[in-house]
Write a protein that binds this ligand. Sequence first.
Ligand SMILES: *[C@@H]1O[C@H](CO)[C@@H](O)[C@H](O)[C@H]1NC(C)=O
Ligand SMILES: *[C@@H]1O[C@H](CO)[C@@H](O)[C@H](O)[C@H]1NC(C)=O
Length: 211
Amino acid sequence: MNALPYVFLLVTLLANQSCGTLVVDYCVADFNYPSGPTGFPCKNPAKLTADDFVTSKMGIAGNTSNPFNAAVYLAIDTTFPAFNGLGISMGRLDLDVGGVIPAHTHRSSEVILVIEGTILAGFVDTNDTAFYKTLKKGDIMIFPPTLMHFQVNVGNTPALAFVSLNSANPGFQTITFSFTANNLPTEVVQKISLIDSAQIKKLKRMFGGTN
Ligand SMILES: *[C@@H]1O[C@H](CO)[C@@H](O)[C@H](O)[C@H]1NC(C)=O
Ligand SMILES: *[C@@H]1O[C@H](CO)[C@@H](O)[C@H](O)[C@H]1NC(C)=O
């Protein structure tokens, strides 16, 4: 696999969008303190080594044994503290045959680069216009900030893609989970979604919701 140059390019491009006027070179997260609107406080720079700026976790295939037949690994400030304060993050998407990254949103833009397989990817804008396309190896697609988007493996082989986002912690709000993986009462979800209550109850059981 010879994808790393592309991935590096993506991160660099997104970083250039979001860098303000920094007063430090870097700010590796110190988890002894809580995160605020701009991230975590910095670890003592005198104690940092090259290892603080490196992770190998993006090279590990995710476990796709779940209802979506897909796995997401996010390298964000909380999992890779070097991203703290830099306005960038990355993710790895593994999609088994038929696998789906369900409809979700982030508080940032996202760009996807397909490494292996065939992925139907798309987003819906605030005018409810849907933009979707079947992506193949080497394709990139942008998902603008906060818009609902998704990825589906429509090929006959497993698919692999990397994503880059212009937030050190972009959030991950999955529409189905928002409706069903909490204690929002079924009758309220029914009213605000027009989904049948039997279907809502089934999804609540699947995703650990109550009421
Ligand atoms: C993958 O996840 C499934 C379901 O949680 C689990 O049963 C299985 O042991 C996991 N496989 C690996 C290799 O971790
Ligand atoms: C909004 O969507 C409608 C179709 O539902 C389309 O006719 C119109 O061109 C769209 N407007 C914009 C600004 O995209």
